[in-house]
Design a protein around this ligand. Structure first.
Ligand code: ADP
Length: 365
């Protein structure tokens, strides 16, 4: 038995795919889309938009040619817009994740704007990400609450363990157990503290913004590093090329930079060299820490800042790591609109660096 499929003849095919039909279908698809789409020209003027954009931005036909900034005034959108445009003009490929912001019409809703530059024009897509934002918030609250709830029981456990360990008449068969319990509760305590710090950074609690004297902060980080370095015997060198400081939260920055320096110490075999530097660059100021340690295989680099991601979990645990250090660094750097750069070669060493844009750099004079 043969099935006689209806094959379109060439004239039917031509009808179905002629430019006008395709354009009409595309227009209807844009109108059906629930996400807002706006086409913007090289002078930041509105060229075209779909129905969802008209509703979201209250646009009417007469608004064609008006500036996008008349309709979206959020500073984070301005900043993002300039960044995408500048990178496109410089022919740079940027990892473009868009920008999240509260809706300007209903602060209970969250929007994500994502822009693609092409030729002189830009295509702006605006998505409603309220549900995603709520789920994210629930996850953050859950982690913060669990960590908080674990604090008291842990403090009680650590207190009793310390008391018992100090007794001179502990039966020998208990000693090893007590030692292990003390080690593991201390480890749990470090994890809980790091999780709490991460939660605080994420929700930008107690930001305490102000001038950060980088010379002072780095000298403090260096002194702590020297204390930690006693078992490793590395040569640690601190190079400060500028008196420029930063504007931000000192406590969080201190945690982030210390994590990077302590990692350099931990992941370098004894007697290594570690260089910490703070220098002025054409874009602002750069912090970097270079070691000649074990290095990291390229395949791991993009995942290093994920919570609990470790290249070698045995080594991380043995050195007292929580697996949260680089996640803390990533979130702190996010507050300065910058990201962690990692260059590494297995068996040769690594450089972790971050460039702080001029807008965050402050000098006292
Ligand atoms: P941890 O507490 O395990 O050190 P981090 O988040 O600070 O957690 O680091 C994540 C992983 O990145 C580490 O487990 C380690 O494998 C790798 N790593 C971090 N810094 C270095 C470094 N300087 N050299 C080699 N590997 C590193």
């Amino acid at each position: 038995m043969s099935i006689d499929h209806h094959k379109p003849n060439t004239s039917e095919q031509a009808d179905r795919f002629d430019n006008k039909t395709v354009m009409t279908k595309m227009n209807r698809a844009w109108e059906a889309l629930k996400d807002a789409v706006v086409l913007i020209d090289g002078d930041d003027r509105l060229t075209w938009w779909n129905l969802a954009a008209a509703q979201l931005l209250s646009l009417q036909d007469k608004d064609q040619g008006k500036s996008i900034f008349d309709y979206i005034q959020a500073p984070e959108f301005h900043e993002y817009y300039q960044e995408v445009t500048a990178h496109h003009d410089l022919h740079k490929d940027v990892h473009n994740d868009g920008v999240h912001m509260a809706s300007w019409r209903d602060p209970k809703r969250y929007l994500k704007c994502e822009m693609t530059a092409f030729d002189k024009d830009k295509l702006l897509m605006i998505y409603d990400v309220t549900r995603l934002q709520h789920l994210e918030q629930m996850r953050r609250d859950f982690v913060a609450n669990v960590s908080h709830e674990l604090r008291t029981p842990l403090t009680v456990l650590m207190g009793y363990l310390e008391n018992y360990s100090d007794q001179s008449d502990i039966p020998p068969k208990w000693q090893r157990g007590l030692e292990l319990m003390t080690q593991q509760t201390a480890r749990m305590n470090r994890i809980v503290n790091d999780l709490l710090l991460l939660s605080k950074i994420e929700i930008e609690e107690t930001y305490e913004l102000g001038y950060i004297d980088m010379t002072k902060l780095l000298t403090h980080v260096y002194d702590d590093a020297q204390a930690y370095n006693q078992d490793y015997g590395h040569t640690i060198h601190l190079q400060i090329d500028t008196y420029d400081g930063l504007y931000g939260s000192e406590m969080y920055l201190n945690s982030a930079l210390s994590n990077l320096v302590i990692n350099a110490i931990k992941y370098t075999p004894k007697g290594g060299n570690i260089e910490i530097s703070w220098v002025k660059t054409s874009q602002g100021c750069q912090f970097s820490v270079t070691d000649n340690g074990i290095g990291i295989d390229t395949s791991h680099i993009t995942r290093l800042t994920e919570r609990f991601y470790r290249v070698d979990s045995g080594r991380s645990r043995a050195t007292g790591g929580t697996g949260l250090g680089l996640a803390i660094v990533k979130h702190v750097l996010h507050q300065y609109n910058t990201s962690l750069q990692i260059e590494s070669e297995l068996g040769i060493g690594s450089t972790f660096s971050a460039t702080f844009a001029s807008s965050y750099v402050r000098s006292l004079s």
